[in-house]
Design a protein around this ligand. Structure first.
Ligand SMILES: Nc1ncnc2c1ncn2[C@@H]1O[C@H](COP(=O)(O)OP(=O)(O)OP(=O)(O)O)[C@@H](O)[C@H]1O
Length: 335
């Protein structure tokens, strides 16, 4: 199991990764997300041994790497998958996957499993982006690394391909039984593909938990906002019940919150019905195809975002009736 404890990385006098702690499960897919510049790539480079660390340790099976006694990349048995595929352009698909491979039967296995059977003799230039990334993945997995680091493997691909390839990658990692840390910009990808999600902010891990917990019980308002549309409704928390302008709702106190709180509402926690006697006024509306996203002002200038079926219609300025419809407890943050 890969164990990272108290890992810090500095560039000059700037701390870019600050006291990172994590343990990667046996065949776990851990997604790392965070805003640009928060240190995601730096963490992968440090784990791979490509940059020096300032403090802490990284350990796996037989090796333990520290700032004073670093273990070189070639001794870490790490596989890497990059956004630009990093294939040898002069080699065929088969030669790319078999490069420095002792057991080519494994290459055959992964070429077949990732649907590359018919492209064995093709050069990378003749492949689509998705095929190139499959080749890169087949090559990495066929070398049987102890763990795999993926740095935004889908960011050079179009939206439709991203959606299917993310599942193929996850399934291949699971079939190989190799744990992975996967950096992405895409919150939806992190939530849907990860066994756990780590949310970084300014070099610090703000939360590391299951996708469900990170989304429904975020450790901070930053995590709440980063993982999706988030509205905050003032209320009063007593026990596990919050009294709000939209009536009572079940609440979960975050970080010991009690008394005056802001309740986290996701767009699907609310309903909206056009009504001249309604308790809110539409600020704006965005058509999304299957759905519409409304921003609605309720009492005291609070704005809430609610997603409805595309069939619901209300123009900016129209009155609407808003209600909390969720039955699961909502995260309550101290005000
Ligand atoms: N070689 C370097 N020298 C100095 N500073 C660097 C270097 N590489 C990265 N940084 C800085 O370290 C911080 C973290 O960078 P990093 O590339 O890890 O962020 P990231 O989360 O991967 O960003 P992005 O999502 O934009 O790829 C940034 O402020 C960046 O400017």
């Amino acid at each position: 199991m890969l164990n990272v404890s108290h890992l810090s990385v500095d560039y000059g006098s700037t701390r870019v990764v600050d006291d990172l702690n994590l343990a990667l499960g046996k065949d776990e897919v851990l997604m790392l997300v965070g805003p640009t510049g928060c240190g995601k790539t730096t963490i992968l480079q440090a784990l791979a041994g490509l940059i020096p660390v300032s403090a802490g340790e990284i350990a796996l099976g037989g090796w333990r790497s520290t700032a004073k006694q670093p273990v070189p990349p070639e001794k870490r048995n790490v596989g890497m998958v990059f956004q630009d595929f990093a294939l040898f352009p002069h080699l065929t698909v088969q030669e790319n996957v078999c490069f420095r491979l002792k057991d080519t039967a494994l290459a055959d296995h992964w070429l077949e499993l990732l649907g590359l059977e018919n492209f064995r003799q093709a050069k990378p230039a003749s492949l689509s982006g998705g095929q190139k990334q499959r080749v890169a993945l087949a090559r990495t997995i066929a070398h049987q690394p102890a763990f795999i680091l993926l740095d935004e493997p889908l960011s050079n691909l179009d939206a439709a391909l991203k959606d299917s390839l993310r599942w193929e990658i996850r399934e291949a990692l699971k079939a190989a039984g190799i744990p992975a840390i996967w950096v992405t910009h895409d919150q939806e990808e992190a939530l849907s593909v990860g066994d756990r999600v780590g949310v970084l902010n300014g070099g610090k891990l703000e939360q590391l938990d299951t996708p469900e917990t990170c989304f429904a019980e975020p450790a901070s308002r930053f995590v709440a906002r980063f993982l999706g549309e988030a509205s905050f409704l003032p209320g009063e928390l007593q026990g596990h019940q919050v009294t709000t302008a939209l009536g009572p709702a079940p609440g979960i106190p975050i970080d010991g919150a009690s008394g005056p709180v802001d309740l986290l509402l996701r767009p699907d926690d609310l309903s909206l019905i056009p009504s001249q006697m309604g308790n809110g006024v539409v600020d704006w509306v965005r058509y999304e195809g299957c759905s519409r996203l409304f921003a609605v002002q309720i009492a005291d200038g609070v704005q809430l975002k609610v997603r409805t079926s595309h069939e619901v219609q209300a123009e900016p300025g129209a009155r609407v009736q808003m209600a909390i419809t969720t039955t699961h407890p909502l995260a309550a943050f101290s005000r």
